[in-house]
Design a protein around this ligand. Structure first.
Ligand code: PMP
Length: 403
C-alpha cells in the first residue's frame, strides 16, 4: 500500500467542520476506520449474519469460521504461542476487569498490587475493587520529574514482593513509552503476575507478547482502526486458565444441570454469551489493513510527525508540554499558559481541529502534575503534515485571542 493513497481510505476524514477541513487529532481516544473495516462489517450483516458456534446451518458455519479466523490472525499479530490465549472482550476495560476479577481467589489480605502512576482509570479502578474484595494493598509506582516511570522507585517497591504489577505500555494522557520488556523482567524476578495495558501501543508499534514476556496484554479494537465494542485479552495459557470467569452463562459451559455446571475450556470459558461477531470480523479487517502497511515507513513517519508537533507547539511560546520526549508515541499533552483546557479545545474546534481536553481518564496523573486537565493532540496513520500545520496555525490564533 502506498502512503499517498492511505488517507483516502478513511471516509470520515473527507468532511469539513463549519467550512474548515476536518483536522482529526484525537486518534488516541478512538481512531478513524478505513473503508475496508466498514465494508467487512457490512458484508457480514448483509450475507453471513448468524450466531456463532452452535448451529448446524451454513450461515452459522460461515460466521463461526470468520470469527475464529480472527483469533488466529490475532495470535499471529501479537505472536501469542497458541490461539486459546486470545480472548475476545468488549474492550481494554473489560479485559482488565476480567483479569482483576479472575484473580480474586488467588489474592489475600496484605498482598501488594503495583500500579503505574500514569495509568488510565481502566488500569486503576479494577485493581482497587480487587483490593477491596481481598484486603490486598495498592501502591502506585512513582514517576520521575519528566514523567517517566521511576525505575529506581520501581525496583525498591519490588523488594516488597508484589503479587501483581499493572503497567501501561504507552500513557494515553502523555504518550510516554514504558520499557515494558525490562519492567516485566524485573517484576517477574520478584514473583509478580504482570499485566500490560497496550491500548495506546497496539496501533503504533509491533507488539510481541512472548518477547515482552508478560502474563497478560490487553487492548481495544477501536484504537487500531477497528470498530468499537471489541477488545482483546491475551493471557499466558496457564495464567488465563487459572482465572475465574467474570461472566457466566451460555457459550462458556461444557455441561449444565441444576446441581452443577462444568465450565468449558479456553478460550470459550472466558467468552460468555453471544460475542460481538461483526466487531470481531471488523477487527480482523483492521489487522489486514495494518499488516498491509509498510510498517517501518509508517513508524518513521509517525515519529517524525510527533516530533514536528512537539517542536512546533513549543515554538508558539506560552504553550506548556507535559512529559514530552522524542520517543513518545502518538500523543502530546499541553496547556496554553493558564488558560482552561476546555476553552482552548472549543476554540480549536471552531477551526475544524479535533483534540481532546480534560483529565484523559488519568486523574491521579493530573494530580501528580498539579493540573485539573490539559489538551491532548494525537495522531494516526492518516495524519499528515498539513494537519499539524493547520493545528499550529489555529493554536496561534487561539493564543492571540486569549492572551
Ligand atoms: N487504557 C488506555 C491506556 C486507554 O487509552 C484506554 C482508552 N482511552 C483504555 C485503557 C480503555 O479502553 P476502552 O475504553 O476501549 O475499554
Amino acid at each position: 500500500m502506498v502512503l499517498s493513497t492511505l488517507r483516502s481510505q478513511f471516509p470520515t476524514l473527507e468532511q469539513s467542520n463549519d467550512g474548515y477541513p476536518l483536522c482529526y487529532l484525537d486518534t488516541a481516544a478512538t481512531s478513524q476506520k478505513p473503508q475496508s473495516v466498514i465494508d467487512a462489517m457490512a458484508h457480514y450483516y448483509r450475507f453471513d449474519n448468524a450466531n456463532v458456534h452452535r448451529a448446524a446451518h451454513q450461515l452459522s458455519a460461515r460466521a463461526t469460521s470468520q470469527y475464529e479466523a480472527v483469533r488466529d490472525k490475532l495470535r499471529q499479530f501479537i505472536n501469542a504461542s497458541q490461539r486459546e490465549e486470545i480472548i475476545f472482550t468488549h474492550g481494554t476495560t473489560e479485559s482488565i476487569n476480567t483479569v482483576a476479577n479472575g484473580l480474586t481467589e488467588q489474592l489475600g489480605k496484605g498482598q501488594l498490587i503495583l500500579i503505574d502512576s500514569a495509568a488510565h482509570h481502566a488500569n486503576i479502578v479494577p485493581w482497587q475493587e480487587l483490593a477491596k474484595r481481598t484486603g490486598a494493598v495498592i501502591k502506585p509506582i512513582p514517576l520521575t520529574k519528566d514523567c517517566r516511570l521511576d525505575i529506581n522507585a520501581f525496583e525498591a517497591l519490588l523488594t516488597e514482593k508484589p503479587s501483581i504489577v499493572a503497567l501501561s505500555h504507552v500513557s494515553n494522557a502523555l504518550g510516554t513509552l514504558n520499557p515494558v520488556k525490562e519492567l516485566v523482567a524485573k517484576a517477574k524476578q520478584a514473583g509478580a503476575i504482570t499485566l500490560v495495558d497496550g491500548a495506546q501501543a497496539i496501533a503504533h508499534m509491533i507488539v510481541d507478547v512472548q518477547s515482552i514476556d508478560c502474563d497478560f496484554y490487553v487492548f481495544s479494537g477501536h484504537k487500531m482502526y477497528g470498530p468499537t465494542g471489541i477488545g482483546v485479552l491475551y493471557g499466558r495459557f496457564k495464567q488465563l486458565d487459572s482465572l475465574s470467569p467474570l461472566m457466566t452463562g451460555g457459550e462458556m459451559i461444557k455441561s449444565v444441570s441444576f446441581e452443577a455446571t462444568e465450565f468449558n475450556q479456553l478460550p470459550n470459558r472466558l467468552e460468555a454469551g453471544t460475542p460481538p461477531i461483526a466487531e470481531v470480523i471488523g477487527l480482523g479487517a483492521a489487522i489486514d489493513f495494518i499488516q498491509a502497511l509498510p510498517t517501518a515507513e509508517i513508524h518513521t513517519k509517525e515519529q517524525e510527525l510527533l516530533t514536528y508537533l512537539q517542536d512546533e507547539l513549543e515554538n508558539i511560546g506560552d504553550v506548556v508540554l507535559y512529559g514530552a520526549h522524542k520517543d513518545n508515541i502518538g500523543a502530546v499533552a499541553f496547556n496554553l499558559a493558564d488558560e482552561h483546557h476546555q476553552d482552548v479545545g472549543i476554540l480549536l474546534d471552531q477551526q475544524g481541529i479535533a483534540v481532546r481536553c480534560g483529565h484523559h481518564c488519568a486523574m491521579p496523573l493530573m494530580q501528580t502534575l498539579g493540573l485539573k486537565g490539559c489538551c491532548r493532540a494525537s495522531i494516526g496513520v492518516y495524519t499528515n503534515k498539513a494537519d499539524i500545520d493547520n493545528f499550529i496555525n489555529a493554536m496561534k490564533s487561539v493564543k492571540e485571542l486569549l492572551l
